[in-house]
Write a protein that binds this ligand. Structure first.
Ligand code: BJW
Length: 228
């Protein structure tokens, strides 16, 4: 069975990583849209760099939870028949042991050069304008996908969606496209579909089955079902 898993902020919530649409939506008094769009970056790059520097630094203080760990166990069993497509920019899937992970909205552990467009592994703050290791320009930005930008590796995701037997969405509100449309594409190609979320979402109606509860409980239980 070929399984495609889409994860969102909800899978990392119990690790202590804030979600986007459940919290009060503010960071130091700024709304999410004020710090996570290309327009915000053009208008006030320092504030945006500080926002992402803080989130990159916070990664050191969080750990994968039982949901990430269960998905790593599922990969051990399914191997290449499993792909995780995550909208998250944290590295908790990898730290739990998953290797088949595609970060469609980029990663906090990477920097993107606005000049030469190369991506570089990155662990340090960007606020002080370090030089790009590729071209030497002081043009590095967080390697994340903001509204209006093209998510990474969409061609590959659409290819995998065409031959997926089971599509599972975990901890995502289904509010942001193109990820929110994956379930309908999977259905069109004949996949079964399952949603695991704390609550029903605006996409729940498109799934064959939707289970409600914390990811740290629902995901290990579902993985046990898959493995038994
Ligand atoms: C738990 C839990 C627990 C909590 N257990 N569950 C009009 C119509 C349609 C589309 C558009 C439109 N106008 C504009 C667009 C396109 C736009 C879009 O979708 N806008 C919407 C607002 C309508 N999209 C784009 O611009 C994208 N690009 C694009 O479309 O390019 C064109 C194209 C694409 C493909 C092919 C061809 C052309 C880019 C979108 C980029 C999104 N970027 C962000 C920021 C990333 C960097 C960062 O992290 O700062 O990505 S926005 C933010 O939302 C982030 C997330 O990845 C993304 C999704 O959020 P997610 O993960 O679902 O989190 P939440 O907070 O929304 O939900 C958490 C869920 O967890 C909830 O459901 C809770 O219940 C649940 N939960 N605790 C289980 N313990």
């Amino acid at each position: 069975m070929r399984v495609l898993i889409l994860t969102g902020a909800g899978i990392s919530a119990e690790s202590g990583v804030p979600t986007f649409r459940d919290a009060d939506g503010l960071w130091e008094g700024h709304s999410f849209e004020e710090v996570a769009t290309p327009e915000a970056f053009a208008r006030d790059p320092d504030t945006v760099q500080r926002f992402y520097d803080a989130r990159r630094a916070a990664l050191a203080g969080v750990e994968p939870n039982p949901a990430h760990q269960a998905l790593a166990r599922l990969e051990e069993a399914l191997g290449e028949d499993l792909l995780i497509v995550t909208q998250n920019v944290d590295d908790l899937h990898e730290r739990a042991g998953s290797t088949r992970v595609l970060h469609m909205h980029g990663a906090l552990t990477s920097a993107l050069c606005g000049s030469c467009e190369q991506r570089h592994p990155w662990a340090e703050p960007l606020l002080h304008r370090p030089s790009c290791p590729g071209c030497g320009q002081a043009a590095l930005r967080p390697d994340v996908v903001w509204f209006g930008e093209l998510p990474y590796e969409m061609e590959r995701v659409f290819e995998v969606l065409e031959r997926t037997d089971l599509f599972v969405a975990i901890g995502t509100s289904g509010a942001v496209y193109p990820a929110a449309g994956f379930v309908r594409i999977a259905v069109t190609y004949g996949a079964r579909t399952l949603e695991l979320n704390l609550e029903r979402t605006e996409s729940s109606e498109y799934f064959d089955s939707a289970r409600q509860g914390p990811a740290s409980e629902l995901v290990p239980a579902w993985v046990e079902e898959m493995l038994s």
